[in-house]
Design a protein around this ligand. Sequence first.
Ligand SMILES: Cc1cc2nc3c(=O)[nH]c(=O)nc-3n(C[C@H](O)[C@H](O)[C@H](O)COP(=O)(O)O)c2cc1C
Length: 321
Amino acid sequence: MNIWKKLQSNKKPFYVLAPMDDVTDTVFREIVAKHAPADLMMTEFANADGYCSPGKHAIMSRLKYNPIEGPVVAQIWGIDPKNYYNMAKDMKDMGFVGVDINMGCPVKDMIKKGACSAMIQNPTLAAEVIAATKEGAGDLPVSVKTRVGFDKIDTENWIGFLLEQKLDALIVHGRTRKEMSKVPAHWEEVEKSVELRNNIAPETVIVGNGDVLSREDGDSKSKQTGVDGIMIGRGIFQNLFVFDAKDKKHTQKEMLSIMAEHIKLYEKTWGEHKSYEPLKKFYKVYINNFDGAARLRAKFMETKNAKEALNLIENASSSVE
Ligand SMILES: Cc1cc2nc3c(=O)[nH]c(=O)nc-3n(C[C@H](O)[C@H](O)[C@H](O)COP(=O)(O)O)c2cc1C
């Protein structure tokens, strides 16, 4: 049974950590897996055209995977169906349990290339890309993550079209490309996607995405719309333990200790390959919601390297509970 079917039959809803560029790398996924695991996670989006070029090495950090993370789906994007085929062929040997195609990213550079959410306006290419990915993926399941329209809501046509491609799973982010993340997600369109699925492709697993900040909210949205799974992205920045059904209070000392673990793992994994600065975006995950948090966080933002941050954690740990 493929991972999507397995999750669908085990619990409703199941929970997925959203793919986030520059966030959900192997290091952060390992931290999440250890402290409050989701049922499934995804890589950052990785470019199939780059993967199938002499510049392949630049893509490989996005595909780094450690089995300790649990099940992870590789997310890919690009233009050339041949490259989707070739990249999808390698994903099983790299340890991934599925291949997801990004048809949702609203960023201008990708749209200009005709990739990601631009495929909403080019269903012919979208169908070719899906067919090529399925062929390359072999027995790995293939999913698509997308939005409910390009400039306007077009759920019936676009989601209906995707469902006709007989995907293993479809992740519906309830906003259009034009809306970026600026308006609340249209969960009624996610609900419509479930109805379309029931009529067109009952075998396709549906995951809803957009603005979910807690399991309580996810459970209620699943009940309301009928989705099989819920995907959470930015919510993890507000609560690292968002996937933990028994989410308890964590002391500031515990949070600083996990932050130190994250910094050390980042250094060990990436060494010279990634600079220290991008790590700072995670500090608000750990230093939040207590008196003096903003002041302490500001001190961490001034650190110049991991060693300075780890020293600061040691000092701060002695003065917090
Ligand atoms: C920093 C950031 C990076 C993202 N990178 C990706 C990506 O690589 N692939 C993708 O499909 N979506 C990406 N997204 C979109 C998220 O996966 C998700 O669809 C979106 O944030 C809405 O869900 P949320 O409201 O739970 O955050 C990204 C979002 C953010 C905030």
